[in-house]
Write a protein that binds this ligand. Structure first.
Ligand code: XLS
Ligand code: CA
Ligand code: CA
Length: 440
């Protein structure tokens, strides 16, 4: 098979002192941490769209990316070249999983039938390559946002023909997931939102969205698709009000429509921060609701208010995210998908490798720090102690449901000289720094 990335060979672990940019400093895939190899803790995935199809266009200018498949001019040859290159890329970077939208891997045809035929051809090729390279599909998804037909939404459109088309596309994408053994299936409602209530029946749109998801659940059951369904929240972009705003909103929606037992959540860092949260807040909330499904690893820029999808390089963020993942007992069957793109001026093919190395090392280092922090327990011990007033006496009675307002009023009248203890935030932050900087 043709080699695409001729300037880069396999990326190996060389340790933190290596000066070789094309090596891992912290990610050592088979090193065991807490009884599990790093590759199983992290379950890294390549995002097909940002890696193979993104060309660097922005609202002010054309694409800048130089790619080894640029000379393919018919759309199916291009799709095939990209698919071959994708496996070479994952192989060289030791990435075990990948994720795609249906339209990333195969071009649309003149109608839905031809589009499905294109998809089938590429899926067959993908299946062979997965076997050859021993790579797995973390999740697939349907792109129900790019084509102009989705201008008013897909599941939340005002046009029943578009709803039907969306259902047909979704049906096919779930079948593709089954064919390739996808471990999850993601719903990201790119156009599921609205701009103004002046033309929108919000209640009806949400009822319809739930109808579409219910059909997906029924169909997955019918064909025996076993992957975990995931919803990916995002607060804004492309619409002003995205219905799946954040984890809390999605949980409320799923419970209202009795869909909660069929869906978990795919949390993206940049979407969490756009919603005014931290990544770890969203992960913790999902974890506490038994809804943590998978993670999209990236970062935004605090100075920019949009979805910049940058490669994650902030070790505080990756440490706090991995701390939550460890407390969850792991992320499987989810994983860590780099929903991240190289900056427009990083246009050479080598930049793709350098960006993934940066992201993978950032999470590998985060895992190492989080593991030690959790194992030694300074933060856990502090938090436990902080709530210890609920372990005995009146606190215990509150937790055990033995007292109500009248008993608590009696207690409060007799104990009104209240003493609080410090939350010690600065001390705890400095403990985290100690673990981070001294590599304890
Ligand atoms: C876009 C989303 C998208 C989903 C998959 O902002 O992050 O890429 O992850 O459709
Ligand atoms: Ca995402
Ligand atoms: Ca994003």
């Amino acid at each position: 098979m043709k080699e695409y990335f001729t300037n880069v060979s396999k990326i190996n672990y060389e340790g933190p002192n290596s000066k070789n940019a094309y090596s891992f400093k912290y990610y050592n895939p088979d090193e065991v941490i807490g009884g599990k190899p790093m590759r199983e803790h992290l379950r890294f995935a390549m995002s097909y769209w940002h890696t193979l199809t993104a060309n660097g266009t922005d609202p002010f200018g054309a694409g800048t990316m130089l790619r080894p498949w640029d000379n393919e001019n018919d759309s199916m040859s291009l799709a095939k070249a990209r698919m071959e290159a994708a496996f070479e890329f994952m192989d060289k970077l030791q990435i075990d999983y990948f994720c795609f939208h249906d339209r990333d891997i195969a071009p649309e045809g003149k109608d839905l039938a031809e589009t499905n035929k294109n998809l089938d051809e590429i899926v067959a090729m993908c299946k062979d390559l997965m076997e050859k390279y021993n790579k797995k599909l973390l999740w697939d998804t349907a792109n129900l946002f790019n084509n102009p037909r989705f201008v008013h939404g897909a599941g939340t459109t005002c046009n029943a023909d578009v709803f039907a088309y969306s259902a047909a596309q979704l049906k096919k994408a779930i079948e593709v997931g089954k064919e390739l053994g996808a471990e999850n299936y993601v719903f990201w409602g790119g156009r599921e939102g609205y701009e103004t209530l002046l033309n929108t029946d919000m209640g009806f749109e949400l009822d319809n969205f739930a109808r579409l998801l219910k059909m997906a659940v029924d169909y997955a059951k019918e064909i025996g698709f076993k992957g975990q369904f995931l919803i990916e929240p995002k607060p804004k972009e492309p619409t002003k009000h995205q219905y799946d705003f954040d984890v809390a909103t999605v949980l409320g929606f799923l419970r209202k429509y009795k869909l909660d037992k069929y869906f978990k959540i795919n949390i993206e860092a940049n979407h969490a921060t756009l919603a005014g949260h931290t990544y770890e807040h969203e992960i913790c909330l999902a974890r506490n609701n038994n809804a943590l499904g998978s993670l999209d690893a990236n970062q935004g820029d605090p100075a920019l208010g949009w979805d910049t999808d940058q490669f994650p390089t902030n070790i505080y963020n990756s440490t706090f995210a991995m701390y939550e993942v460890l407390k969850n007992g792991g992320i499987a069957p989810g994983g860590l998908n780099f929903d991240a793109k190289v900056r427009r001026p990083s246009f050479e093919p080598e930049d793709l490798f350098l960006a993934y190395i940066a992201g993978m090392d950032t999470f590998a280092k985060g895992l190492r720090i989080a593991y030690k922090l959790l194992k030694d327990g300074p933060i856990e011990d502090f938090v436990k102690e902080r709530y210890s007033s609920f372990n005995t006496g009146i606190g215990k009675e509150i937790v055990e449901g033995k007292v109500g307002f009248k008993e608590l009023e009696k207690y409060a009248l007799e104990n009104s000289n209240i003493k609080n203890k410090s939350g010690r935030q600065e001390m705890l932050e400095s403990i985290v720094n100690q673990y981070m900087l001294e590599d304890k």
